[in-house]
Design a binder for this molecule. Structure first.
Ligand code: S3P
Length: 166
């Protein structure tokens, strides 16, 4: 099995956090949630960074992608906007296999808490707009496109099987 990092990308609410935890448990690999990593590294909340401006947060995110490029064998759950910079994708790919977790927006709207996420505080419609803006970026970035509309167990196993085949 490849010891490259297993990297999950996708829109917020697509299941990256939950599924990355399951993959890490099953494969007994260390897990990094990049949002948590950014907050710990810079000792600021994501809201505080966005309140300065989005670019401020994106620069911190890029700095963390540089850290990720040095790792092997980790499971890494990224923030939904990481694909906005080509530089980030190149860094993540250096040592990682990228999975685009694609959860149909109506399913995300059913289960996500929209009020606590800075970019979708305005409402669920924002998710549809982000999906439109970013879908092609996710598709361009990924090694595998995984539709997340079945059970967590099934999606987790699909990803693990792809890694196993490499
Ligand atoms: C963002 C998604 C968030 C977080 C930040 C920006 C985005 O992560 O990185 O609020 O641009 O889509 P999640 O996808 O984990 O919610």
């Amino acid at each position: 099995m490849s010891d490259k990092n297993i990297i999950l990308v996708g829109i917020m609410g697509s299941g990256k956090t939950t599924i990355s935890k399951l993959i890490a448990q099953k494969l007994n690999r260390p897990l990094i949630d990049m949002d948590d990593y950014i907050v710990a590294k810079f000792q600021m909340t994501i809201d505080e960074m966005f309140n300065i401006n989005e670019n401020y947060f994106r620069d911190k995110e890029t700095a963390c992608c540089k850290d990720m490029a040095k790792l092997t064998g980790h499971v890494i759950s990224t923030g939904g906007g990481v694909i906005k910079r080509k530089e980030n994708v190149a860094l993540l790919k250096q040592n990682g296999i990228i999975f685009y977790l694609d959860r149909p927006i109506p399913l995300i709207v059913e289960d996500v808490e929209t009020s606590t996420r800075p970019l979708i505080k305005e409402g669920a419609y924002k998710l549809y707009r982000l999906d439109e803006e970013r879908r092609q970026l996710y598709l361009d970035a990924c090694d595998y496109h995984i539709i997340n509309d079945s059970s967590l167990e099934e999606v987790t196993n699909t990803i693990i099987n792809k890694i196993g085949a490499r």
